[in-house]
Design a protein around this ligand. Structure first.
Ligand code: MSP
Length: 518
């Protein structure tokens, strides 16, 4: 077996267990899954982590509302997130829960390191807190909502807190963080978000409350069990727990830390790009290499919220449109990093145009012609013409284009580049008209069909990260052995004479049922 390539450690946020998984959770994890799969196919030694954030006031309150013991409640909701991974074909290598002993150990070790380094001190907190965001706010950030209620910029209601608390000396990190962003221009993506982070830090940083005493559901502070750690302090540490922290000499830690990519939604960027590197540097641990903040989805133009009752259940989407169709849509429809809108019409448009008409039909018509006219086995090509070479060249150079797009998390551009080759292949078939060659020039027909099949092989190998199951079926139909589906196998052209299975449609059209909206 070939030696494993360089490590690639990618993480999703860990999800609060107060809720059922929705499209937002599925989106973040999907983006990571596609990057993880792409890097594995490229030969990288990938570690892909997801999991659940189980502590904090919000989870405790949700458990009480459900009339359940908190641990039993978190066990149940955490399982929903594992089920989501299975249903959406996510290929995570680990699933962390912050209630696991490995995590308590890592949190307490990081705490002790920060204490030892003079980064944490005991004081008392008096200020505003939003349970929904599990975040502290200053008076100036708040607005007054209906009934005189104070509202955070996120729309969450805040409450006044006064309690003894440990603080992290975040105020001492302003200059060091700014120097860090400057020295690491790729630390935050996209660029617009990086500017937001820098101006937030330039605006001044206050010490951060990192423990609570008014409830119990959290990791106990070492040697002061009246305090539990602030849930975000605990949550962020999951990324190093799963790499083996505090065993920093362990193979896991030296191989995978610092992480290559923390994928997050735009709402939680500040925690990842400001607090987290400061905690780590304060403890003498290297910060991650990159944090990327993606945008938010709306549903048919409306903000998604439980109170509006328009939350999109990823299981229902998959049942309606098909798994790989949904995976494709979410990454193709919206430039990654921007906000996007889910609509039935847009979903069906992508399904029927891009998948059924463009990609599906390309495979279906060429493979059926091979089945009918070449006795079901791959034809032997003759000399290639300029048109043949041009198409093969577009296919052969696609991997390099995709690598550049994926390195910038530009999923939509990677898919656009893939569809350029699909469109070129469809134009090629139309121009070469192999059906007309069937009688006039059968060897040339064989060459044309071979060129299309070989182009499809590249496309299917390269589209596996986004549509793993559909591309597996396409590669089966092209007779590509299971061991020849990674990027190292791209140069191994199809073997003429290989018997192919009977072709079957891969991307069905969506047919509107009567009364459904269009
Ligand atoms: N527990 C914290 C993360 C801790 S990471 C150390 C948390 N959890 S969460 O369950 O609220 O999930 C958050 C993820 O879902 C975020 O990345 C968030 O941006 C994403 N989304 C939630 N709603 C969303 C949309 N409507 N659209 C896209 N993503 C959204 O925050």
């Amino acid at each position: 077996m070939a030696a494993k390539g360089s490590a690639y450690y990618i993480t999703t946020p860990i999800y609060y267990v107060n809720d059922r998984p929705h499209i937002g959770h599925a989106y973040t994890t999907l983006a990571c899954d596609v990057l993880a799969r792409f890097m594995r196919l490229a030969g990288r030694d990938v570690k892909f982590l997801t999991g659940t954030d189980e502590h904090g006031q919000k989870v405790e309150t949700s458990a009480q509302a459900a009339g359940m013991d908190t641990q039993t409640f978190t066990d149940r909701v955490s399982q929903n997130f594992r089920d989501l991974s299975a249903a959406l074909n996510f290929s995570n290598d680990d699933f962390i829960r912050t209630t696991e002993p490995r995590h308590t150990r890592a949190c307490q070790a990081l705490w002790e390191k920060l204490l030892e380094n003079g980064q944490i001190y005991l004081g008392s907190y008096a200020g505003w807190y939003a349970v929904r965001d599990e975040a502290f706010y200053t008076e100036t950030e708040l607005t007054t909502g209906p009934g005189g209620k104070k509202i955070a910029p996120s729309g969450a209601e805040v409450e006044w807190l006064e309690e003894p608390s440990y603080f992290f000396r975040l105020s001492a990190w302003q200059d060091k963080l700014l120097a860090f962003y400057q020295a690491n221009p790729d630390f935050v993506g996209p660029d617009t978000r990086r500017n937001e982070v820098i101006s937030f830090v330039k605006g001044g940083l206050k010490d951060l409350s990192v423990s609570r005493t008014t409830f119990k559901w959290g990791v106990p502070v070492p040697n002061d069990p009246e305090h539990i750690m602030y849930v975000w302090f605990d949550a962020l540490i999951n990324y190093i727990t799963a790499a083996g922290f505090p065993d920093t000499e362990s193979a896991g830690f030296t191989t995978y830390w610092p992480a290559d990519m923390h994928m997050v939604g735009k709402d939680i960027l500040r925690f990842h790009a400001v607090y987290w590197p400061a905690f780590l540097m304060g403890a003498g641990v290297a910060p991650p290499k990159r944090v990327y903040a993606h945008g938010w989805w709306t549903n048919e133009g409306q903000k998604i919220s439980k109170s509006l009752g328009n939350v999109i259940d990823p299981h229902a989407l998959v049942a309606e449109y098909g798994l790989d169709q949904v995976r494709y849509f979410l990454l193709r429809e919206v430039p990654f990093g921007n906000d996007g809108d889910f609509s039935h019409r847009a979903m069906v448009g992508r399904m029927n145009n891009d998948l059924a008409n463009d990609f599906g039909n390309l495979a279906q018509r060429s493979l059926s012609m091979i089945a009918k006219n070449c006795a079901g086995s791959l034809p032997t090509p003759g000399a290639f013409t300029e048109a043949d070479e041009a198409l093969l060249d577009a296919a052969r150079t696609l991997q390099a284009r995709l690598s550049a797009e994926y390195a910038a998390q530009a999923f939509h551009r990677a898919l656009e580049a893939t569809w350029e080759v699909i469109s070129a292949a469809n134009r090629y078939i139309d121009e070469q008209a192999p059906w007309a060659l069937r009688k006039s020039d059968p060897p040339r027909m064989g060459t044309v069909l071979y060129v299309v099949a070989e182009t499809l092989r590249h496309l299917a190998i390269l589209a596996q990260p986004v549509m793993p199951a559909a591309m597996d079926r396409m590669l089966d139909q092209l007779g590509v052995p299971a061991g020849a589906r990674d990027f190292a196998a791209l140069p191994n052209a199809l073997t003429p004479g290989t018997a192919l299975p009977k072709p079957q449609g891969i991307f069905p059209r969506y047919v509107e049922t009567e009364g459904a909206e269009t």
